[in-house]
Design a protein around this ligand. Structure first.
Ligand code: NIG
Ligand code: FE
Length: 410
């Protein structure tokens, strides 16, 4: 006997199972089935496709009028941090830029102060609340970065929290060591601090899958980033880069040359950098919620990247400074409006390609996959980015069990 059947699904979304990320035109290919059925047994998908009455199960969910998809994959977050920075909103209103705030010891460095002050338990409780909000919004796989400790003790404190959360909720989580996220006030020089972070790489490996660096004007140069990335690869990490977020330094080119699993932000990437995506499996993780929140006019050139046969994913960049939202659905709306992506491209970018960007087995619900599923209170997949800013996830199903149900009766 099967455990669960989801029947009468108005529209079933079935991203393709693939070994490589979807690139260029492939991103616009998405199988959608009208009047679909999904069957689950022992936490795995037994069947997903066109309507059938062939199966029986203990529990039947009627999804008349609803969309059903794989659970979303959140490929870039700064989940674990102390404090908040709502006061920066007024600084920005007065015209201060992101890098100016950072230069004056605010921005990332103010979160570093709060994170260092917080106990591991305080960080855990705050991150747990934020993680569960993501889950309620349809996300069941999450990447989580450190980078607000900037010393051994506090970086490890953040990463332990991230690992404990993955264990407590048995979630597909990937943990990233982002020691070189900013240069702390006490550092003797950029180079000395970078060396300190490089020396930590072997020890931190037990708690982290990826190593990441903020390659940006006033933070780390391309040369310094290269030095860190190469040391990280030697220490057994897959690598990521916060690249070309504000200035076109060449972080994307570096990420591709180094075979990074992803290059993230890419708002200011050069034409040469984008052209290089063509022959690469590095996923361009675009974070349009950040561009929106920083109040910038120019967004990452997603269409140009796809024209160059690049692979793109979309994520929130959830963090207390440059993108303060746990709602990936909202970022899907911004991707539609500002990156000019089609509904198919957006859905692939937050499922199968996001999974490739963080190397998790997630983002698809084809036969044999984990039954991580969302039932959306929406008539079709285009509706979700269209009706923006609210939570459309009605039921979130993890390993075949409903773990969040947003339905209520007054
Ligand atoms: O991805 N750009 C660097 N790091 C984060 C922001 C972190 C912060 O402002 O606290 C980002 O946008
Ligand atoms: Fe980030």
């Amino acid at each position: 006997m099967n455990d669960l059947i989801i029947q009468n699904i108005k529209q079933l979304i079935l991203p393709k199972s693939t070994d490589c990320p979807l690139k260029g035109k492939e991103l616009d290919e998405l199988e959608t089935v009208e009047n679909g059925t999904v069957v689950v047994k022992d936490g795995k998908i037994v069947y997903s496709g066109a309507h059938t009455d062939e199966y029986e199960a203990e529990e039947v969910i009627d999804a008349t009028g609803k969309v059903v998809s794989p659970a979303l994959v959140e490929a870039h977050t700064h989940l674990v941090h102390g404090g908040s920075r709502e006061h920066e909103m007024s600084l920005k209103r007065q015209g201060a830029s992101y890098l100016e705030i950072l230069e004056q010891g605010g921005g990332i460095l103010s979160t570093v102060e709060s994170t260092r002050k917080a106990t591991e338990e305080e960080l855990f409780e705050k991150a747990e609340k934020n993680l569960l909000t993501m889950v309620q919004h349809g996300v069941l796989a999450v990447e989580s970065k450190s980078g607000y400790g900037l010393d051994k003790e506090n970086e490890l404190k953040q990463l332990r929290v991230s690992n404990r959360l993955a264990e407590k909720y048995n979630l597909d989580m990937k943990h990233t060591f982002l020691g070189p996220h900013a240069v702390p006030k006490e550092a003797e020089s950029n180079q000395a601090f970078l060396q300190e972070m490089i020396d930590l790489l072997p020890e931190v490996k037990e708690y982290a899958d990826f190593a990441d660096i903020f390659c940006e004007t006033g933070v780390f140069t391309v040369e310094e980033s290269k030095q860190y990335i190469e040391a990280a690869k030697k220490a057994g990490y897959d690598v990521k880069i916060h690249a070309d977020e504000i200035d076109p330094l060449g972080g994307l080119e570096l990420a591709i040359d180094e075979g990074a699993i992803s290059a993230d932000h890419l708002v200011a990437s050069s034409t040469e950098g984008k052209a290089k995506l063509k022959h690469s499996d590095t996923v361009a993780v675009l974070l349009p919620g950040t561009t929106f929140y920083l109040g910038k006019e120019d967004y990452a050139d997603a269409r140009g990247m796809l024209d160059n046969e690049g692979a793109i994913a979309i994520a929130t960049d959830f963090n207390p400074g440059s993108c303060v939202t746990n709602n990936l659905q909202l970022v899907m709306s911004i991707a539609a409006l500002k990156l000019k992506l089609t509904p198919n491209e957006i859905w692939n970018a937050v499922t199968v390609n996001a999974a490739k960007a963080i190397d998790v087995d997630a983002g698809t619900i084809n036969e044999g996959d984990k039954a991580n599923i969302v039932i959306w209170d929406a008539p079709n997949h285009e509706y979700i980015p269209y009706h923006y800013g609210i939570n459309h996830a009605q039921k979130v199903i993890k390993d075949g069990k409903v773990i969040a149900d947003n339905h209520f009766e007054l």
